[in-house]
Write a protein that binds this ligand. Structure first.
Ligand code: C2E
Ligand code: MG
Ligand code: MG
Length: 787
C-alpha cells in the first residue's frame, strides 16, 4: 500500500520517489536471467501547447486518459508519473515496440486536432545493472534525444547516448568551474537594419570551450543547464561579461552598439534577474539602453506571474525586452496580449519557405503590420541569403540577423567586423592620435617653409609658385586625402588605409617593389617577396578575389603587357571599378583601383591604389532611389511615396484619411492596339489628371504600370466618394498620331483609421476594393468593405 506522499495526486500513480524505491527492490530481487526488463520513459510532445490551447483542466483530463492507457498496455510491473507529462514504466521486454506504437495511436486519437504525439526512450536493463535511478536517466536521455524529431517514436539507449550522459553529468558538475576558469565565452552576432544593411546591435550567444570536451555549442549545454536549474550561473556570467565588454569598447573610444542577452525561464525563478542586470550595468557605468533582454516564447507558455512581473520591471527600468523565437509555438499571438514587448524576433523557421507562395508573403505582411500597429518592432532571424534579405525588405521587416550578415563571433572578431563593414565604429583613440601626429609633423614642415619665405616679404601670393607648393606640401596632400576619404564615408584616414591596397611594381622586369595589402586580406592570406613576379601575384589576386563575371576585365586591366603597351601609346593612368570578394560568406564589395605609370631609372614602374567604395556606392544608390521620381509621369515612385505615407500614418492625430488605388481599364489592350508609346501617353495624361485632382492635398504616386496610389488626409468620406466618382465617370480621350484613344479608370479605396491602420493593411484592402471594382466593370469605384 502506497502512502499519500508516494502517490501522484492527479493520476493516482506512484510518483518518482516511490517508483525508485519499489523498482529498486524489484530489481534487487530479480533472478539474473537474460535481458528481460526494460525501463521506458514517455514524454508527450507539444503538451505545453495543449495546455495553453485547451486550458489546464483539459490538460489534466488528457494526462488521466494517458495514465489509463499506459496502465492497460504495460500492466505487468510498475508505472509512475515523474513530473508534468513524463511517465515511466518498468516492464517486461517482450513486444515492447508494438506496445509503444499502440499507446501512441491511442494518445493521438484522444484529440487528433491537438497536434500532440508520444515519444519513448527505452533502456534494457543489463544483468549487472544495480542502480535504478541511473537506468531511468538513461531511458530519459534516449527519449530526449528524439525531441523535435518527427520520424522516430522511440529510441533505445546506446553507447552514443552513453557519451551524452557522461557529458551531461560533466556539464552539470562543472558549470561553476567553467565560469571561474573562463571556459564560457561570449560570442556576438550582428543585428542589422533591413533597409540599409547597417549594424544596429549584437546578440550575445554563449560558447563553452572546454579543455576536455572541446568547443560546445549552446544546443548542447543550455538544455542540460536549464533542466538542472543551473542556467542562472551561466547567464549571470554572460550578463557581467557583456557589460564589461561594452565598457572596454567604450573606453577604447568606440561608439557601442546595444547587445541583447538571452535569459531562460528558470532564471526568473531562481534569481532576481533584474538586479543582476542592473548591478552589472551600474558597476560598469554603461547606459541602460545598451542592454536588451531576450525571453524565448516557450518560456512564456505557462503564464507565470514572476516572469511577467520581472519583464515589466525591466521595461519600467529602461531596458528593452524582446520576444525570442516568436512563432515557434502555438500561442504566439496570445502572448502578445498578455505581455509587453519591444521587439518580436521571428523564429528562424519562419524564413524557411519565404516567398514560396503568396500566402506566405501575406502572413509576413500581416504579422508585421499587426506588430507595427501595437508599437512593436520586428526582427527576422536566420537570414542566410540575399533573396531572404530582399524578401524582408519587401514585407517591411525592420531588423534582421543571420549568417548572411555575420556569424556569431568573438569580441576581437567583432571589432574587425565593424571595421570591415565601415560601420559606425569611431576611429580609435590611437588612430586619431596617429592622424594628429601626422598633422603636427606636417605643421613643422610648413613652419620651416614659412621661415624660408620670410626673406622675400614683398612676394605676391596666389601665383604658379603656390600651385607647385601645393603639389609638394604634405599638409595639402594630407588634407586632400582626408577630404577624399571622408567623401567616401570613411571615418578616418587610417580607416581608409586599412581598407586599401597599395602596389608598386617594376613592369619592365616584372618585379614587386612595394606592397601594402590591406590588413583584412582574408582570402589572400599570403606573404610575397620582393623578388616575386608582379604578374603572378596579380593572377593570384584576380583568381581568388574577383567575382567570375569580372575576372577577365580585371585581369586585362592589371596585365603587365597591357599596361606597358598603354604607356607607350601615351596612357599613363587609368581607373576601374569591380567587385572584390572580401569574405566568401559575404556579398562581394565594390572596389575602385587607380594607377599611375612613371618611367624611372630602373624601367617602367606602376603605382596602384585600390580601395573599398562599397559603403559609398550603397549610400549613393539609396539617395538616388529616394530622390527619384518616376521619370515617365513625374509623380512620386513607390520608393519615395511609401515611406512618406507611412510617416503620415504614424503621426496621425485624429481625422480621417484615405488610401486610393486607381487603375486604367484595359490598359493592356491599348498597348497592344496602339503601341507602347501610346500607352505611355495615356499614363502621362492620367497622371496629370490625378495630380491636378489630388496633388495639392495628397501624395500621388505611380506605383507600377497602369496603377496609381493616392493618399489623402483630412477627408470627408462622402465628399471623397463624389470626387473619385467624378474622375471615374469620365471618358478620357486623346489623339496619338492618327488614332483617337479613349479610356476610363477604376478605383478602390479604404478609409483610415475606420477600416485599417498600418500601411500594409490599408494597401491590401485598397487593392481588394480595386479588384472588386475591376470585376464590376469599367469606370467603377468601390470602397473597401468586410464582405
Ligand atoms: P536564439 O536566441 O534563438 O539564437 C539564435 C541562434 O540561431 C544562435 O544559435 C545563432 O547562432 C543561430 N543563427 C543565427 N543566424 C543563423 C542563420 O542564418 N542560420 C542558422 N541556421 N542559424 C543561425 P546558438 O548560438 O547555437 O544558440 C542557440 C540557442 O541557445 C539560442 O537561440 C538561445 O536560445 C540559447 N542561448 C545561447 N546563448 C545563451 C545564453 O547565454 N543564455 C541562455 N539562457 N540561452 C542562450
Ligand atoms: Mg536569442
Ligand atoms: Mg531565436
Amino acid at each position: 500500500m502506497l502512502k499519500n506522499e508516494e502517490i501522484d495526486q492527479l493520476t493516482g500513480l506512484p510518483n518518482l520517489y516511490s517508483f525508485r524505491k519499489n523498482a529498486q527492490s524489484l530489481m534487487d530481487g530479480r533472478t539474473k536471467t537474460e535481458r528481460e526488463f526494460a525501463i521506458i520513459y514517455f514524454d508527450v510532445q507539444n503538451f505545453k501547447s495543449y495546455n495553453s490551447r485547451y486550458g489546464f483542466e483539459a490538460g489534466d483530463r488528457f494526462l488521466q486518459n494517458l495514465t489509463k492507457h499506459i496502465e492497460k498496455i504495460f500492466p505487468e510491473l510498475m508505472v509512475a508519473r515523474f513530473s508534468d507529462d513524463h511517465f515511466v514504466s518498468l516492464a517486461y521486454f517482450s513486444g515492447i515496440e508494438a506496445r509503444i506504437e499502440d499507446l501512441r495511436r491511442r494518445v493521438i486519437s484522444y484529440n487528433p486536432d491537438a497536434g500532440v504525439d508520444l515519444h519513448a526512450g527505452i533502456y534494457e536493463l543489463e544483468p549487472d545493472d544495480t542502480d535504478i535511478s541511473m537506468a531511468c536517466d538513461k531511458a530519459r536521455i534516449a527519449c530526449n534525444s528524439i525531441k523535435a524529431n518527427y520520424d522516430n517514436i522511440y529510441r533505445y539507449y546506446d553507447r552514443e547516448l552513453g557519451n551524452q550522459l557522461d557529458l551531461e553529468h560533466y556539464i552539470i558538475h562543472n558549470i561553476s568551474d567553467a565560469v571561474l576558469n573562463g571556459y564560457i565565452q561570449v560570442y556576438y552576432q550582428p543585428v542589422v537594419r533591413v533597409i540599409s544593411g547597417r549594424v544596429c546591435g549584437f546578440e550575445a550567444l554563449a560558447r563553452w570551450v572546454d579543455p576536455k570536451h572541446g568547443f560546445l555549442m549552446p544546443g548542447v549545454f543550455i538544455p542540460i543547464l536549464e533542466d538542472a536549474h543551473l542556467i542562472y550561473k551561466l547567464d549571470a556570467y554572460v550578463i557581467r561579461q557583456v557589460c564589461e565588454d561594452i565598457r572596454e569598447y567604450m573606453e577604447n573610444g568606440f561608439k557601442p552598439h546595444p547587445v541583447s542577452i538571452n535569459l531562460s525561464r528558470t532564471d526568473f525563478h531562481q534569481k532576481d534577474m533584474y538586479r543582476l542586470v542592473n548591478d552589472a550595468v551600474s558597476i560598469n557605468k554603461i547606459p541602460k539602453n545598451l542592454i536588451h533582454i531576450e525571453v524565448t516564447e516557450s518560456a512564456l507558455d505557462d503564464n507565470q506571474d514572476v516572469l511577467k512581473g520581472t519583464i515589466d520591471k525591466f521595461r519600467r527600468g529602461g531596458y528593452q525586452v524582446w520576444m525570442d523565437d516568436f512563432g515557434s509555438g502555438y500561442s504566439s499571438l496570445n502572448l502578445l496580449k498578455d505581455y509587453e514587448f519591444d521587439v518580436l524576433k521571428f523564429d528562424m523557421k519562419f524564413l524557411q519557405n519565404f516567398g514560396s507562395n503568396p500566402k506566405e508573403t501575406a502572413i509576413w505582411e500581416n504579422v508585421i503590420n499587426m506588430a507595427e500597429e501595437i508599437g512593436i518592432q520586428t526582427l527576422a532571424e536566420g537570414v542566410e541569403t540575399m533573396e531572404a534579405w530582399d524578401f524582408l525588405k519587401r514585407v517591411g521587416c525592420e531588423k534582421a540577423q543571420g549568417y548572411f550578415f555575420g556569424r556569431p563571433m568573438t569580441k576581437a572578431e567583432c571589432i574587425d567586423y565593424l571595421d570591415e563593414a565601415t560601420e559606425n565604429a569611431r576611429p580609435s583613440v590611437n588612430a586619431l592620435k596617429e592622424d594628429d601626429d601626422a598633422l603636427s609633423h606636417n605643421k613643422n614642415i610648413v613652419e620651416l617653409k614659412n621661415d624660408e619665405d620670410d626673406e622675400e616679404e614683398i612676394d605676391r601670393i596666389g601665383t604658379i609658385e603656390d600651385e607647385h607648393f601645393m603639389a609638394q606640401s604634405p599638409v595639402y596632400l594630407t588634407l586632400a586625402a582626408r577630404g577624399f576619404v571622408s567623401l567616401l564615408e570613411y571615418n578616418s584616414y587610417s580607416q581608409f588605409q586599412k581598407h586599401s591596397f597599395f602596389i608598386v611594381a617594376n613592369l619592365s622586369d616584372d618585379k614587386l617593389i612595394r606592397l601594402h595589402l590591406s590588413s583584412k586580406r582574408k582570402i589572400l592570406d599570403k606573404e610575397y617577396h620582393k623578388q616575386e613576379s608582379y604578374q603572378d601575384m596579380i593572377d593570384d589576386i584576380v583568381e581568388n578575389t574577383v567575382i567570375d563575371e569580372e575576372k577577365r576585365n580585371v585581369a586585362d586591366f592589371f596585365s603587365k603587357d597591357r599596361l606597358i603597351l598603354a604607356y607607350h601609346s601615351g596612357i599613363n593612368f587609368d581607373e576601374i571599378e569591380f567587385h572584390r570578394i572580401v569574405d566568401k560568406k559575404m556579398a562581394p564589395r565594390w572596389t575602385h583601383t587607380i594607377y599611375q605609370v612613371i618611367e624611372e631609372e630602373g624601367g617602367i614602374v606602376a603605382y596602384f591604389l585600390s580601395y573599398d567604395i562599397d559603403e559609398y556606392k550603397r549610400s549613393k544608390d539609396l539617395v538616388r532611389q529616394m530622390a527619384e521620381r518616376d521619370s515617365l509621369t513625374g509623380l512620386y515612385n513607390r520608393h519615395t511615396a511609401v515611406p512618406l505615407i507611412r510617416n503620415r500614418l504614424y503621426r496621425h492625430h485624429g481625422g480621417k484619411s484615405a488610401l486610393i488605388m486607381f487603375d486604367v481599364d484595359n490598359f493592356r489592350d491599348i498597348n497592344d492596339r496602339f503601341g507602347s508609346f501610346a500607352g505611355d501617353e495615356v499614363l502621362r495624361r492620367i497622371s496629370a489628371r490625378l495630380d491636378d485632382f489630388f496633388g495639392r492635398d495628397g501624395i500621388v504616386c505611380h506605383i507600377d504600370q497602369d496603377e496609381f496610389l493616392i493618399f489623402l488626409e483630412n477627408i470627408q468620406p462622402v465628399n471623397l466618394e463624389d470626387r473619385i466618382v467624378d474622375l471615374c465617370d469620365n471618358i478620357f480621350s486623346l489623339r496619338f498620331h492618327d488614332d483617337k484613344i479613349t479610356f476610363t479608370v477604376s478605383a478602390g479605396y479604404v478609409i483610415h483609421p475606420d477600416q485599417g491602420r498600418g500601411y500594409h493593411d490599408l494597401y491590401r484592402k485598397a487593392d481588394m476594393a480595386l479588384c472588386m471594382a475591376k470585376n464590376a466593370g469599367k469606370g467603377t469605384v468601390v470602397r473597401y468593405s468586410e464582405q
